[in-house]
Design a protein around this ligand. Structure first.
Ligand code: PRX
Length: 572
């Protein structure tokens, strides 16, 4: 697909000399920015909060929090005190020790972040859980990781199967009217009475930080463990990619139940001393635009599905809000369609910068930097200091323009350290003990930009032609009637596979044979005859993960009448 490239923004960016930096960069230089470089004593919560509370940033706002009922703000100094209290509360009401797993299962609120960083101060490994998980998903994660404690709310408590989890000894409850017993602690009652000083547990840089469960295409979700050392990449990518400066007001829309909501929701901004906005409650276009206007958000990190939903809410709505503070907009999690970039440039007067990474990588890996021209549809170029390549199934590097496995050379700072309890699974990610194989297919163009093609198992072979479902989906989305599209390869006795599209229509459009033909023609014309879906089926809604990815494997299962596998990450 040919799309015009968008020139880099004018201005002096943190990474204004990408090529030069890429050729000389050394992660050791970033280590010098942390206090542990001198002391050897590491703790994420110290670096993200206490270090600033003890500096000129003491009275700078760390957290703006807003939901339907609360509007609050906390400076770095106040965050230090609140997280100290939370740490004291956790410590005095449990036998938790360094390295134990504690899960946090609650909607976003200031208390979520107080207790999360309190737990980190104690040296615990934090497992964030999305509030929409049901009992089975909770059980799998807590059982696999042998969790000792959970922080949750009275409303969600019934989904925690204590009877099946004998090692889950303590539940910290955040809510009103809580009856305490040997295992149950009333967080809101104790926090105000706990001392506001706390000696953090000093750790080694390889000690555990967070445990994120993520589902693959088969089997149960697996526990991806990250180390404290990941902070090196969190700090530096935020400078280069999010382009932070001291005045920024930053909003990452992701929930901490997903890796984006920890790595870039709180770690990356706070490591940089950046003011962070957290909005609780559910998505609404009005609420989101209002949040940008109210707080004067300057840097905004979200996901393609969210942008598409905003796009669906119409341009007139955008004009009702003052979004002029926005200077940098970014996206992650799934392919960012050129159509969405074009729309963003029009309505926000900002082009959306795509970033690629995954739970296992812990932080951004391939990005569009403000200093580089954007090629819409491309994920951008590797973060300096990280070697990315396209490799074949044997781990041999492929030349430009050849599609293959998107791989990363082992050893980048925020690389996962373990798959919990499953060393074989961990090893299975690597080829030749050198390449971490992402499971995504992609190619690199002559200029070093990477182009996402799909998950490896999603790529469609039709009549001998390779077709990336993303390209077809992007094209479909440009059709005025199409709101959402998911494309799969459907087995075909003659062609190997044919392309089948599932489509949700924009309100006001009705399914019809004419519309099918019109959409087919549109793709044929816009992309290629072989890329046009031979079959189109209309659906009210498509199955998506909570981070917004269309679940093609569920579409495929529908199509082939097969079991859909693990659905714990699917949105309601
Ligand atoms: O397929 C890629 C897709 O999301 C996968 C990782 O998902 P998860 O671990 O949930 O992490 C999402 C947020 C960090 C990848 O293997 N993905 C992520 N970013 C992009 C993407 N696909 C296309 N373009 C992206 N920018």
């Amino acid at each position: 697909m040919k799309v015009e490239s968008l020139p880099a923004l004018p201005g002096n960016y943190n990474l204004h000399n990408y090529d030069e930096v890429s050729s000389q960069f050394d992660w050791n230089d970033v280590e010098k920015e942390f206090s542990w470089y001198e002391t050897g004593k590491v703790n994420m919560a110290h670096e993200a909060i206490d270090r600033h509370a003890e500096s000129d940033r003491k009275n700078k706002v760390a957290l703006y929090y807003m939901d339907q009922f609360r509007k609050e703000s906390y400076t770095f100094y106040e965050m230090k005190r609140m997280t100290n209290r939370a740490a004291n509360m956790l410590k005095s009401h449990s036998n938790l020790e360094k390295g134990d797993r504690i899960f946090i299962f609650m909607p976003r609120s200031p208390e979520l972040y107080f207790t999360m960083f309190g737990a980190l101060k104690m040296g615990l490994i934090v497992g964030p859980l999305f509030e929409a998980f049901m009992e089975g998903a909770i059980y799998d994660r807590l059982d696999d990781s042998d969790a000792k404690a959970i922080i949750t709310t009275p409303e969600l408590l019934s989904r925690v199967p204590f009877d099946k989890l004998p090692n889950l000894k303590t539940v910290f409850l955040v809510g009103d009217d809580i009856e305490e017993d040997d295992h149950t602690v009333d967080v809101l009652k104790h926090i105000p009475n706990c001392p506001d000083s706390f000696e953090v547990e000093w750790l080694d840089k390889e000690d555990g930080l967070v445990l994120h469960y993520t589902s693959g295409s088969t089997g149960k979700p697996k526990g991806v463990l990250h180390a404290q050392y990941a902070m090196v990449q969190h700090l530096q990518t935020a400078k280069w990619v999010l382009d932070f400066n001291e005045q920024d007001i930053y909003w990452c829309t992701a929930d901490p139940g997903w890796v984006t909501g920890t790595s870039y929701g709180v770690f990356a901004p706070w490591l940089n001393g950046t003011t962070t906005v957290i909005i609780g409650g559910r998505f609404s276009p009005e609420g989101w635009y209002k949040a940008i206007e109210d707080y004067g958000v300057t840097v905004w990190y979200s996901a393609p599905t969210a942008f598409r939903m905003l796009m669906g809410a119409g341009d007139a709505l955008v004009k009702e809000y003052d979004l002029s503070t926005l200077r940098h907009v970014l996206s992650v999690g799934e392919p960012l369609n050129p159509e969405v970039i074009r729309w963003g440039a029009e309505v926000f007067k900002r082009r959306i910068h795509d970033t690629w990474w995954m739970t296992e990588t812990g932080a951004q890996v391939i990005c569009n930097y403000p200093s580089l021209d954007i090629k819409p549809g491309s994920m951008g170029k590797p973060v300096p200091g990280i070697k990315v390549a396209i490799v074949d199934d044997q781990g041999n590097e492929l030349p430009a323009n050849q599609m293959g496995n998107l791989a990363i050379e082992k050893g980048w700072p925020s690389m996962m350290r373990q798959i919990w309890n499953n060393p074989e699974k961990f090893e299975s990610y690597f080829l030749k003990d050198k390449w971490y194989v992402s499971g995504d297919s992609a190619y690199k163009d002559e200029e070093g930009y990477y182009w996402f093609q799909g998950r490896v198992d999603d790529v469609i072979m039709t009549s001998g032609e390779r077709v990336g479902p993303f390209e077809v989906e992007s094209k479909l989305l440009e059709h005025p009637a199409v709101a959402e599209a998911g494309v799969i390869g459907k087995p075909d006795p003659v062609r190997g596979e044919i392309i089948k599209a599932f489509v949700a229509l924009v309100e006001g459009y009705e399914p019809s044979e004419e519309l099918i033909q019109d959409i087919q023609q549109f793709v044929k014309k816009g992309l290629a005859a072989h890329a046009a879906p031979r079959e189109i089926e209309f659906k009210d809604k498509l199955p998506k993960t909570r981070s917004g990815k269309i679940m093609r494997r569920v579409l495929k299962a529908w199509e082939l009448d097969l079991p859909a596998g693990d659905l714990s990450t699917m949105e309601d």
